[in-house]
Ligand binder design. Structure first.
Ligand code: AMP
Ligand code: MG
Length: 413
């Protein structure tokens, strides 16, 4: 059963909430042509097929001599006349005559009649004759047409987030542009009477906003266009009016703070009575309160206030929702690998913990050292961390040497 509209679900498992959110979200439909130079990280909207074989012609894998393997004496050096030279980009106009060789450069098309290339450093050229040592293998040093890609084959599926290698492939197939989903427009808003933007003078009791800086970076890293709505105070009426105003212009809205059930939990108060709004107390550490809903055409994500909780909630829930909205498929999870905990640890059960750790670079197996300060507001330990050790909810007594999935922060933050 799904969560109830407007009612906080206690101790919700992160994986279930993630699946619920993903079950509601559909990718945007708008696509655009993107030049290759701007396409890294964009999501491909149409499958890419090879219009021709790559390589298009059978060619030499090294500089050397193209010849017929049957012309060689298998047990003694063979001397053959040099018939000409083939350069890359210049197919030879005539076939290789019997009992002759053609000098050939790497990448040059293999001439008709030749079936083998012998590396030039193995051969001895003198005047217009070349001596080839015995021991050559028919077909060696030749890259067959279509070895990389066959004409008509699927090269990149729709939904693929494009990498540098993908762009090289597209270029090798002659595509100067790719069809990608348009970038998502995401609005960002911080809440809280105490939160002010950096650059302003800070009064007693005020804090500078960290969440917008972190979330802007996380979203732009995913290729989103961020609309910065600034920070608003704890006034639910104003907040709701503000969100309603921006919703028609964006695909998603992310807020931080005010989603718990305290007195000043503005975001929750503003949104709880709307249709299609859901609230959870996630079984996650750091993090806990989380809201999700729909405002017109925009998806709404209400993150907690504490900065590390913001990052963890983003990684655990929002990231995949954004990816799905962007058209990415499949939503492969970030890679984790098992790493030993370097020291014992006791903890309360019940929540999936994203433990900030550093890895010992001198240990080939990379033992994980928990950073001493794990508070949900302590950003410095996240900045110092190499990644998270993911401790399952039921684990209470952890021994040194116990292995847990390690989630590296490279590529995520
Ligand atoms: P809240 O959920 O609104 O009660 O916020 C939880 C904690 O996070 C409080 O200590 C807030 O001051 C802090 N917080 C909220 N928003 C931000 C922000 N944008 N940057 C840094 N800290 C914040
Ligand atoms: Mg607040």
């Amino acid at each position: 059963m799904g969560p109830l509209n407007g009612v906080t679900v206690p101790e919700a498992a992160v994986a279930e909430v993630r699946d619920f959110i993903l079950s509601l979200i559909e990718p945007i439909s708008a696509v655009e042509a993107v030049p290759l130079a701007a396409a890294r990280g964009r999501v491909l909207a149409e499958p890419l097929t090879a219009p021709f074989d790559v390589p298009a012609h059978t060619n030499a894998a090294m500089d050397g001599y193209a010849l017929r393997a049957t012309d060689l004496d298998p047990t003694a050096p063979t001397t053959l006349p040099l018939f000409g030279t083939i350069y890359a980009g210049h197919p030879h106009p005539t076939p290789l005559p019997p009992r002759a060789v053609l000098r050939i450069m790497t990448g040059a098309p293999i001439p008709e009649g030749a079936d083998t290339v012998v590396a030039q450093e193995l051969c001895h050229a003198e005047g217009s004759y070349v001596t080839i040592p015995p021991g050559q293998t028919a077909g060696q040093n030749i890259r067959p047409a279509g070895e990389d890609l066959k004409a008509g084959s699927l090269v990149l599926p729709a939904g693929r987030r494009l990498t540098a290698a993908d762009l090289g492939l597209a270029s090798s197939l002659g595509y100067p542009f790719l069809t990608a989903y348009r970038p998502l427009r995401v609005a960002l808003l911080s809440t809280g009477d105490e939160v002010i933007a950096p650059g302003k003078p800070r009064r007693e009791g005020q804090i500078y906003d960290s969440n917008r800086a972190v979330l802007t970076a996380l979203l732009t890293h995913l290729g989103c266009t961020v609309l910065d709505l600034g920070a608003v105070g704890d006034d639910p009426t104003y907040l709701l009016a503000h969100l309603n105003q921006v919703a028609p212009h964006v695909d998603a809205i992310l807020t931080s703070g005010g989603v718990s059930v305290g007195d000043a939990d503005t975001t929750r108060t503003a949104l709880a009575s709307l249709p299609a709004f859901y609230f959870w107390h996630l079984a996650i550490k750091p993090g806990r309160p989380f809201a999700f809903g729909r405002m017109g055409n925009a998806w709404f994500f209400g993150l907690p206030g504490n900065p590390v909780a913001v990052v963890v909630s983003f990684i655990a829930l929002v990231r995949d929702a954004i990816r799905k909205l962007q058209g990415e498929t499949p939503l492969t999870p970030p890679r984790t690998y098992l790493v030993r905990l370097a020291q014992p640890l006791r903890r309360k059960p019940g929540r999936l913990e994203y433990l900030r750790v550093t890895l010992d670079p001198n240990d080939p197996e990379g033992a994980a050292y928990p950073l001493p300060t794990q508070g949900s507001g302590v950003l410095s330990s996240l900045s110092r961390a190499d990644g998270f050790l993911l401790i399952p909810p039921d684990a209470t007594i952890l021994a040194a040497g116990d292995r847990f999935p390690f989630l590296p922060l490279d590529g995520l933050l």
